[in-house]
Design a protein around this ligand. Structure first.
Ligand code: NDP
Ligand code: 2IT
Length: 448
């Protein structure tokens, strides 16, 4: 073990000690820190100024009570979070997640990932994440509204167009952003469009933001395949999840001539060998807010399988677009054995470290979330740009910008991996490229 390896090991041990029980955060830090040896070797000033240690400590963490009343008048209490992780490159930026599994460790892992992801977009945004342990499932529209209003009644004092700009994530889409924005506007007496992104295009939201994460993940996979002289035409694909990211990944895959044969939610897998019907999926999930199981009622030629079976279905390309650690080592082995050639992470950290190892060893083109799903936050930054200039761009123009940004991210990760002796390794490319950009800004600012 070299002296640099030892010092990275000791940084990781320190993070584990200082953040007890936050296993997802430990995992995210290990995954990045373990790839930074070569960059410390090349730039000893980063170690001298303790850049990694500083990056691993969030700049600020807010935890707050979110009291609200359900439709029966009963008082409910949830816990709200906002972690401003790093603002070296711009205002804090990152989504809000409403899911019962949310606790500080999840928000910190997501905020940490966001720092590097946002850096590699090349746009001026720092990293953050927030959310609540609130379960939107089965809640009425008025309950969602009251929850969002209560959540914003505390959050408003911590955010702002130049401070911290939240957006959506699991359980938070345009409806929730609407309620959150309405309450922010009311409390602050300001029409501050740029304080939230993912807004409806009717009142300041960017066209393409809804589609951007899924489209971007597919563009990233397309770039990885191009390097190998292949394309998406005719490829059989699996997409996990059936939410915002999954739906628009499926839409773009179909537009590029691939066929998505299965998708999922936390209860079921739906297999449709002719290809998932997007009109049905969108209506069930986006309009009627029903469960995926209802899809097979409308398409008797589709089959419903139990949760956890998705990655056993043979495919050429896999896009995990649901949640963290949903694709483990065994699933990765099965995918490889079935001939899968490319994996693009639409979700954040969906592949376990063992799963990533299997893909790397098998030579699968593997696009880590930081790079592959960065199209979403990049388009949020384009929304901020439009808000700041009080302008609106067309769908075509915005999508062209998104496509160009994703191509640049791919090239940057590819070239950085090669520069550091690991050609084709997008994990190393994304981590080092994101880290270097943040590190340079932090060095310039002194010890802050
Ligand atoms: P949505 O809430 O729209 O959809 C989430 C989907 O994932 C649902 O199908 C949901 O199923 C499934 N899912 C969520 N949690 C679990 C779980 N614990 N086990 C199994 N399935 C689960 O969220 P998004 O599509 O916005 O987000 C999906 C992923 O993409 C997340 O990892 C998010 O962090 C990441 N991401 C999102 C971006 C965005 O712009 N929205 C940008 C970049 C990354 P069910 O309904 O049964 O819970
Ligand atoms: O994980 C992510 O990048 C997001 N949920 C989107 C963040 C954003 O600010 O658009």
């Amino acid at each position: 073990m070299t002296r640099i390896d030892e010092s990275i090991e000791s940084i990781i041990a320190g993070v584990i000690r200082r953040n007890r029980g936050e296993t997802e955060f430990h995992q995210a830090v290990c995954e990045v820190a373990e790839t930074l040896g070569p960059v410390l070797q090349k730039h000893p000033q980063y170690a001298e100024h303790k850049i990694i240690e500083r990056i691993c400590e969030p700049e600020r963490q807010v935890i707050f009570r979110v009291p609200w009343q359900d439709d029966r008048g009963e008082v409910q209490i949830n816990r709200g979070f906002r972690v401003g992780f790093n603002s070296a490159l711009g205002p804090y930026k990152g989504g809000l997640r409403f899911h019962p599994s949310v606790y500080l460790g999840i928000i910190k892992f997501l905020g940490f990932e966001q720092v590097f992801k946002n850096a590699i977009t090349g746009l001026p945004i720092g990293g953050a994440k927030g959310g609540a342990d609130f379960d939107p499932k089965g809640k009425s529209d008025s309950e969602i509204m009251r929850f969002c209003q209560s959540f914003m009644t505390e959050l408003y004092r911590h955010i702002g167009e130049f401070t911290d700009v939240p957006a959506g994530d699991i359980g938070v889409g345009a409806r929730e952003i609407g309620y959150l924005f309405g309450q922010y506007k009311r409390i602050t007496n300001r029409y501050e469009s740029g304080v939230l992104t993912g807004k409806s295009p009717h009142w300041g939201g960017a066209l393409v933001r809804r589609e951007a994460t899924g489209y971007g993940a597919v563009y990233f996979v397309e770039e990885m395949l191009k390097v190998r002289g292949q394309g998406l035409e005719g490829k059989r694909c699996l997409v996990s999840g059936s939410g915002n990211v999954a739906i628009y990944a499926i839409e773009k895959l179909h537009a590029l001539g691939a066929r998505v044969v299965a998708c999922s939610d936390s209860d079921n897998v739906v297999v449709h060998p002719q290809g998932i019907r997007l009109e049905t999926l969108k209506r069930i999930k986006e309009v009627e807010r029903r469960r995926l199981a209802d899809y097979v009622v409308e398409h008797p030629d589709a089959e419903r399988l139990p949760a956890g079976t998705l990655w056993k279905i043979p495919c050429d390309v896999a896009l995990p677009c649901a949640t963290q650690n949903e694709l483990d080592e065994d699933s990765a082995r099965t995918l490889v054995a079935n001939g899968c050639v490319a994996v693009g992470e639409g979700a954040n950290m969906p592949t376990t470290p063992g799963g990533v190892r299997v893909f790397m060893e098998a030579g699968v083109a593997f696009g880590p979330g930081k790079a592959a799903n960065a199209g979403g936050v990049a388009t949020s930054a384009l929304e901020m740009q439009q808000n700041a200039s009080r302008d609106t761009w067309s769908f075509e123009h915005t999508e062209r910008r998104l496509h160009e940004i994703v191509r640049n991210i791919h090239r940057d990760c590819y070239e950085t991996a090669a520069e550091f002796g690991s050609p084709g390794n997008y994990v190393i490319g994304a981590n080092i490229s994101g880290f270097r950009r943040v590190a340079e800004a932090m060095l310039a600012f002194g010890v802050i």
